[in-house]
Design a protein around this ligand. Sequence first.
Ligand SMILES: NC(=O)c1ccc[n+]([C@@H]2O[C@H](COP(=O)([O-])OP(=O)(O)OC[C@H]3O[C@@H](n4cnc5c(N)ncnc54)[C@H](OP(=O)(O)O)[C@@H]3O)[C@@H](O)[C@H]2O)c1
Length: 239
Amino acid sequence: MSLSNKRVVIIGGTSGIGLATAHAAIDAGAEVVVASSRQASVDAALGGLPAETTGHTLDVLDTEAVAAFFEKAGSFDHLVYTAGESLSLMPVDGMDMDKARAFFEVRFFGALNVVSVAARYIRPSGSITLTSGSARTRPGAGWSVASSLCGATTSLAGALAVELAPTRVNVVEPGIVRSPLWNGMSAEDQQAMYDQQAAALPIGRVGEVHDVAQAFLYAMTQSFMTGASIPVDGGALLA
Ligand SMILES: NC(=O)c1ccc[n+]([C@@H]2O[C@H](COP(=O)([O-])OP(=O)(O)OC[C@H]3O[C@@H](n4cnc5c(N)ncnc54)[C@H](OP(=O)(O)O)[C@@H]3O)[C@@H](O)[C@H]2O)c1
C-alpha cells in the first residue's frame, strides 16, 4: 500500500490511533500533517515523528480556526479524522441531556465541521476516512448515546461519499483498542477492562493502535472503495 507523493492530514493525529496512522502513512511514503487541540500533544507527537512531519494545534469545534488551518495547509490527498474523547457510559434512566448532547460534539460535529471546509482542498482521487466504533452494532447496556454517535458517524460517511464523489469517504469502526483514550482510568482498571474484553473476543485480545492504523491505510489506498465501513474489532460482531 503506497502513499508515495501523497499528502495526508490527520486530525487527532497526535495520539493513539491517529498517531499510529501517521507513522503507518509515513512508512508508506506520505508527507503527513497532524493536528489536535493541545500544544503539548502536538509537541510530544512531533518528537517521535520524522522531522519533515508538521503539527498544528487545532480545536475541531472552532469554525474559524478550522477554516484558517485548511487555508494554510493548502491542497492535499487524504483526510483522516480520529479526534475524540473517552467514552462514558450513560444509563438512559435519568440521563443528563446536556451530557448526552455534548457527547456528539468532537466526534460527530467536529468531523462535520472539519469536512465542511477540508473537502474543497482534497485533490481528485483523494479520500476522507472518519472514525466510528463497534458500539454501533454491538452496544451494551448504558451505551445508547455512544452507539447512536457511532451510527450517526457511519451514516455521515455514507452520505458524504454520495455528496462529495468522486472523493471517496469511508469509516473505520474499531472495537476496544489499547490507547491513551482510556488514560482517565487507573492502569489497573484499564488492564482489567482490556482483559475482560479480550476474553469475550474470538481473537482473544483487544486491539492495538497499529491494528487500526492498517485499516486507515487501506481506506486511503483502496481506490475502488467508498461509502464503506471497516470493522477492526477482533470479531466483536460474533462475540
Ligand atoms: N481506543 C478505543 O478503544 C476506541 C474504540 C472505538 C472507537 N474509538 C474512537 O477512535 C478515535 C481515536 O481514539 P484513540 O483511542 O486514538 O484516542 P486518543 O489516543 O485519546 O486520541 C484522540 C485524539 O483526539 C484529539 N482531540 C481531542 N479533542 C480534540 C479537539 N477538540 N480538537 C482536535 N483534536 C482533538 C486528541 O488530542 P488533544 O488532546 O491534543 O486534542 C488526540 O490526538 C476516537 O474517536 C475514539 O472514540 C476508540
